[in-house]
Ligand binder design. Structure first.
Ligand code: BEZ
Ligand code: FE
Length: 293
């Protein structure tokens, strides 16, 4: 193949990949080349823009570290993370919808007893979370592992603060015989995704804000079921309609109920008004065939 031009180069490149032995890799590569070339033709990509994109992606890689993954963040703000999530988690009736994992999950969170206060002494409106884990058809799931994490009242995760002695607002619970768990934390605030790197530059250039509405993260695992990665969003939070990473689903929005000072259902006495989230989580059976819409 010689003399490739803007009209013939795509077929030439597709031909060059034609002998890719792995069928899935071949499908992905051929489609990628087609879409990439069509994109360049569509916008008549200039040499300067191409060079800027290379530099942008280089900077995206360079800012990555053990604790920062700018490529996932880029995928998040482009809506790619939620698209891949949607394709891979077509939930059956009764199974809770999924959303992005985000960068603030930490393996090996503390495992306090049910009813523990996981706030690590951080200030804020006290929040009681009572959860129930079931199979999609409603049977309770005992011994499920429930990882929870959330931001504080200022919108920071523990890993973003330097003034804490250890983990806070994160824990791992195991559901009881009735599939239940409960814990005390503080009401999370909305917060900006990390916007001091290339993703922030992109948001700025497109006049997009970096905020996510207030939420609590849940990651629930149980044998025989697909791992559920989701959040529950507070219905009174700003940004529910403009989440920077497109993660909000109506079925994941709940009222974090306002309660008067007094005795909570677990006997704890609250001198101040407090909040109460009650929520059931349905797990999808492992290996459930993915139905194409
Ligand atoms: C989060 O919810 O923790 C999050 C998700 C995606 C990007 C940044 C943060
Ligand atoms: Fe979050």
């Amino acid at each position: 193949m010689r003399d490739a031009n803007e009209h013939t180069i795509t077929e030439a490149v597709l031909d060059r990949f034609a002998d890719t032995p792995d069928p899935r890799l071949k499908t992905v590569l051929l489609s990628l080349v087609r879409h990439l070339h069509d994109f360049a033709r569509d916008v008549e990509l200039t040499t300067g823009e191409w060079a800027y994109a290379i530099d942008y992606l280089t900077r995206t890689g360079q800012i990555c570290s053990d604790t920062r993954q700018e490529f996932i963040l880029l995928s998040d703000v482009l809506g790619l993370s939620m698209l891949v999530d949607a394709i891979n988690h077509r939930q059956p009736e009764g199974a809770t919808e999924t959303t992005v994992l985000g960068p603030f999950h930490v393996e090996g969170a503390p495992q306090p007893a049910h009813g523990a206060d996981i706030s690590g002494g951080l200030p804020g409106e006290r929040l009681l979370v009572e959860g129930a884990v079931t199979a999609a058809e409603g049977a309770p799931v005992p011994d499920a592992t429930v990882e929870v994490w959330s931001a504080d009242q200022e919108g920071f995760y523990d890993v973003q603060r330097t003034d804490l002695g250890g983990p806070a607002l994160r824990a791992t619970f195991t559901t009881d015989a009735a599939g239940r768990f409960h814990f005390w934390t503080v009401m999370p605030a909305f917060y900006p995704i990390p916007d001091d790197g290339p993703v922030g530059t992109l948001l700025n250039a497109s006049e997009r804000h970096p905020f996510r509405p207030a939420h609590v993260h849940f990651m629930i695992s149980a044998p025989g079921h697909e791992q559920l990665v989701t959040h529950i969003f507070a219905d009174d939070s700003p940004y529910l309609d403009s989440d920077a990473v497109f993660g909000v689903k109506n079925s994941l929005i709940e009222t974090f109920e306002h309660r008067d000072p007094g005795t909570a259902p677990d006997g704890r006495v609250l001198p101040e008004p407090w909040r109460h989230l009650r929520r059931q989580f349905g797990l999808k059976q492992d290996g459930t065939a993915r139905a194409r819409p």
